[in-house]
Design a protein. Structure first.
Length: 81
């Protein structure tokens, strides 16, 4: 069994109101460590065995067409053992 992780983030030039809201709330709650905050999405896809190149290509295609909006978002696909 393997877990394929797709992490989706807004492109840096796209405004992130939710990240801004979290970033503004942190100091009010006493957390002063953050310079800025960006919010994203994480998808975990479980498969049997280790992924084949064909499966990885299919997951990349799914990420580009369903999981992320390539106009405003970027994504990274990784495999967890």
């Amino acid at each position: 069994m393997a877990i394929i992780v797709v992490e989706v983030m807004l492109k840096p030039e796209i405004l992130d109101p939710q990240g801004v809201a979290v970033g503004a709330a942190l100091p009010r709650l006493g957390f002063t460590f953050a310079k800025s905050v960006r919010q994203g999405k994480r998808f975990e896809i479980e498969i049997d065995g280790q992924p084949t190149p064909q499966q990885m290509a299919e997951i990349e295609k799914a990420a580009a067409t369903l999981l992320a909006n390539p106009v405003i978002e970027t994504y990274v696909v990784t495999v967890q053992a």
